[in-house]
Design a protein around this ligand. Structure first.
Ligand code: DHB
Length: 369
């Protein structure tokens, strides 16, 4: 996305991608676009298929203690969300970049970022196993939490781990509801999302150390039906499954010299609320504009404030994701007091207009942070 935005601003870039095109296009990730993310894709000319195939939702369902409640985003905030898989966004962006003559070097592993404090930073990458240098004017570290860019900033790390993970499946079964169902159950959290009228995306809270071996298909479907209170949920062919750990992490600052971190290289959120891709898109929108301003007017002002501007939005999403995770997950010790507090808060969120608005405006993307 950064490369595409820069291209539209007349700035050349090269994307180094460790994996193959096939790998990144198939890798299943979350699928919720905040209103601002969907608007950004559309205004940047890469939203055509998202508008055609994405599902517009005006709210979500919350289920707990045998109750069903709807949080009406549209009424509470005037905004909505678009359900569209992250790898579909990745496909659309790659296609557009290649059509525009952009350079994406797949299966090219970056091994170091050097000389970031000077005017000519470098990326070292492997070409046929031989370390090779790419001279740059600026480097954007969009290489995730295990990449080489993040450690080069030498920043401070703020981190939280969780004692549970999400088991996710993508299945050929029609969604049981029109909108997402977030369910809190005594046996743990469950989420029913979707990708199309034929394909559902479903998640279960499991212990952090759990593996798929402990979860044969029957067990997965039974547990989903129970926790989601959807006895009619039909088992369908499972296209993809996996267990995703939960983590909160922020690196501050998000920049040093001529290196700027974006997305997971700078921050990780637990999956609840699906903020990861939205935060990454928010970062690169700011970065593209700041880089353009520095070329246009030779003013580094916006670039110098990149981290500060991004971190306000990042920390709002970090808080929201941790809050929604705490609200909906059962702690493995099963503390009965915590359980009662959670039920009380869920009732509050579903009956108080103020509390419902807090959830809604953060879910659709709060841009006043
Ligand atoms: C999805 C993932 C999430 O983490 C979430 O909160 C909602 C939906 C998804 O994959 O559709």
């Amino acid at each position: 996305m950064l490369s595409h935005l820069l291209h539209r601003l007349g700035i050349e870039s090269v994307v180094l991608e460790t994996r193959s095109r096939d790998y990144v296009e198939r890798r299943v990730r979350a699928g919720v676009l905040e209103q601002g993310s969907a608007d950004l894709l559309t205004s940047a000319g890469v939203g055509e298929r998202m508008i055609r195939e994405g599902l517009s939702h005006d709210g979500i369902n919350l289920r707990f203690a045998g109750e069903q409640h709807r949080i009406d985003f549209r009424r509470l905030t005037g905004r909505g969300i678009t359900v569209y898989g992250q790898q579909e966004v990745v496909k659309d962006l790659i296609k557009q970049r290649l059509e525009d003559g952009g350079e994406i070097w797949f299966e090219t592993e970056a091994t170091a970022v050097e000389a970031i404090d000077g005017d000519r930073p470098r990326i070292v990458y492997l070409e046929d196993g031989v370390p090779t240098t790419l001279q740059c004017e600026f480097v954007a570290g969009c290489d995730g939490s295990h990449g080489v860019a993040s450690p080069a900033v030498l920043g401070s790390t703020y981190e939280r781990t969780y004692p549970f993970a999400w088991l996710g499946i993508l299945a050929k079964t029609p969604p049981a509801a029109d909108e997402l169902i977030y369910a809190y159950h005594e046996r743990g959290f469950a989420l029913h999302s979707m990708r199309s009228p034929e394909i559902s995306r479903l998640y279960l809270q499991v212990d952090a150390a759990e593996t798929m071996d402990a979860w044969p298909e029957d067990r997965v479907w039974n547990e989903l039906r129970l926790r989601l209170a959807e006895p009619g949920l039909q088992p369908g062919e499972i296209i993809e499954d996996g267990i995703t750990p939960m983590r909160s992490l922020v690196t501050e600052p998000m920049q040093r010299g001529r290196l700027f971190l974006a997305g997971d290289a700078a921050h990780i959120v637990p999956a609840t609320g699906a903020k990861g891709m939205n935060l990454a898109l928010g970062d690169v929108r700011v970065l593209a504009e700041a880089l353009a301003a520095s070329y246009r007017s030779k003013s580094r002002d916006l670039l110098e404030r990149y981290s500060e501007v991004c971190l306000r939005r990042v920390w709002r999403a970090e808080h929201f994701s941790a809050w929604m995770t705490a609200l909906l997950h059962r702690d493995p010790e099963g503390d009965p007091f915590e359980h009662k507090l959670r039920l009380s808060y869920l009732r509050y969120v579903t009956t108080s207009e103020a509390a419902a608005t807090t959830l809604a405006e953060n879910y659709v993307g709060f841009d006043g942070a």
